[in-house]
Design a protein around this ligand. Structure first.
Ligand SMILES: C[S@@+](CC[C@H](N)C(=O)[O-])C[C@H]1O[C@@H](n2cnc3c(N)ncnc32)[C@H](O)[C@@H]1O
Length: 222
């Protein structure tokens, strides 16, 4: 598994989720994520980045959808979750060659080129991490112009721990994060009170890599 660098110091403040919890069969069977991904659009030959990928609940399905010419980046700060995801592929070399593993914070993804991703998935990530602004900026940066992002988070004030409370997402916070870039919202996904799912599109006229870097550093200075 390639890990470009060891997790940054701030990573200890991010929330980890145990593999057994993420692997509960009930999660996969009840999750509407496949339907959401289909709404967002996922097809042959595409490059997908799963940020906060956990144990790869839908990795085999995503690989089937992108086909032999597609690629999937699996990004998670916890290498144990990525290992569990890797085991889901078993010995299927045909799949394994098309997956890139990054045990790294989604807040900084220098390994993923600007404008290289067709579909980025952030499922349950924002409510687990500290550097939400940086993650959303990276999400925008790595997408191709016209690329899509499926963003999902809950706004529940769960009495799990102080950390969970501190990292909690709110609708207002999401509005501020979303406003950091000129996203287009695709209609049809849920804007629930407690669980929010949105499919965003990067405008096709979005700046190319060089201008993107300038605008993204401006975003970081806000
Ligand atoms: C609620 S789980 C969701 C996992 C997966 N998306 C799913 O739905 O099964 C959140 C995941 O985000 C990961 N995570 C937390 N902070 C992170 C960060 N800064 N960068 C990347 N992943 C992070 C956790 O390790 C965990 O696997």
């Amino acid at each position: 598994m390639s890990s470009a660098s060891s997790p940054p110091a701030h990573a200890d403040s991010d929330r980890r989720c145990p593999s057994w919890l993420l692997n509960l069969p009930m999660r996969r069977s009840l999750s509407p994520m496949r339907r959401w991904l289909e709404r967002c659009g996922i097809g042959p030959g595409e490059t997908v980045a799963d940020l906060g990928a956990g144990t790869g609940m839908l990795l085999p399905w995503i690989l089937e959808r992108v086909g032999d010419s597609g690629t999937v980046w699996m990004v998670d700060i916890d290498p144990r979750n990525l290992m569990a995801a890797r085991m889901k592929l078993g010995g299927t070399v045909r799949f394994a060659e098309r997956v890139r593993w990054l045990a790294h914070s989604a807040a900084a993804l220098p390994e993923i080129s600007t404008g290289s991703i067709d579909l980025a998935v952030s499922f349950g990530l924002l409510c687990c991490m500290v550097e939400k602004e940086k993650a959303v900026d990276e999400l925008y940066r790595i997408l191709k112009p016209g690329g899509r992002a499926l963003v999902n988070f809950h706004c529940l004030d769960l009495p799990i721990s102080e950390r969970a409370r501190a990292l909690r997402m709110t609708w207002e916070r999401w509005q501020r994060l979303r406003a950091r870039a000129p996203w287009i919202t695709e209609p049809g996904l849920s804007h629930g009170r407690w669980i929010h799912t949105e499919c965003l599109r990067k405008p096709t006229g979005a700046p190319g890599p060089e201008r993107m870097f300038r605008s993204s550093s401006r975003i970081h200075q806000e």
